[in-house]
Design a protein. Sequence first.
Length: 451
Amino acid sequence: MKRYPSYQSTNGIIEVEFPESWQKSRLRFIGNLYGGLTGKAGNDFNDLGHPNNRSFIPFTNVFKNTYINTDDLQFVKIQEGERQNEVRKGDLFFLMSSEGREDLGKCSLLNDDLNSVYLNSFCKGFRVSRDDFDPKYLNYLLFGDIHRNLISIEGRGFTRINLRQESLLNALILKPSIEEQTQIARYLDYKTAKIDALIEKKQRLIDLLEEERTAIINQAVTKGLNPNVPMKDSGIEWLGEIPEHWEIMRISLISNYLSYGFTNPMPTTSQGPYMLTANDIKDGFIDYENARRTEQDAYDNLLTKKSKPFLKDILITKDGTLGRVAICDREDVCINQSVAVIRVDPDKLIPDLLLHFLRASYYQTKMEFDAGGTTIKHIYITRLAKMKVAFPIEKKEQERLLFAIEERIKSHDKKLSAIRREVELLQEYRTALISEVVTGKVDVRDEVIPE
């Protein structure tokens, strides 16, 4: 694709090249920032059928979507005469707090007319006040890599990263003509829709493979390997029948240690031990590629033993996205408070087998049901310790069961890994495309966009 005739550069932490004909501004000069819901308690949310219920946009809607999904709203009680900020079509919403820097400042646009709808308390709203800015263009501009990187540098904290209001308002805004802005937004709407359709198709295949894998695990961890074995009622409503010779124990009785990681801030560096948050724990594995690191000296001197899991410890996400589990497979790691650790007694149960039990839908559903919190859910350690697990006592049967599960899901995991990589590449292409267009690296003014 063609480029603009000439370019200029910004001066700052990150140098940005953009067309000579474009202007610069700051977010604070083109509109007004406003807050989300205030003064609300847990029992004000999602009380279905209450006469004072009004809709609000949850932070997950902002996190997941370029444009707000109006089918994904929740409820909050708003009293008559209560003063809260209502959202309007064309408003931008920013995620002001996140578990990872890559999500900090994530924005989304309301592209629909809604009445009496509000914004969650974890986000800020922004209302454009000038007619020489197109909110759709701004949404894409602030989604681009350069702005995401600039905003993430301003984040503070580790357990949750917070973006200061002043930092957001100081965000650099590139200003082409209003006609160019509209054309850029239309072009990106068209191109990203095609990419999103491909991603959605692959995601459906991922969902299908995950359902098949879960069914394999469910069968094994509740029925065992012998379909003709005598069964008994487990006495646990959510679990149902189990093999007659299996035992039932609380997690606290099959583990030597159960806790969660650090809450204190830690320095970050490009080398050194890995600092794992809930974002880094995936379904059955740890994403070291995107995990941050800390200094060895800080790891040695600022952390207690509770934040340093052992090999074969089970790591489980306890905040936000709940119940994802993985085995700790290296020693140079630490965990923050969004991750719980279960140190299984190997004389009672093979740790890798408990991992598969906890991945089964029965146990996942139980953890979600027991979770507390309103806007953001939490797994409480005391409740996790009381959760019951049914399993064979004999070690040889445990070994056979573990081998059978891993053999049966091996092909599914291989396919899932390949498709997930394809999705990652599509998402990277989508992000790169947006960044190239909103900074004028490519000129789309003459591009013909189908209606």
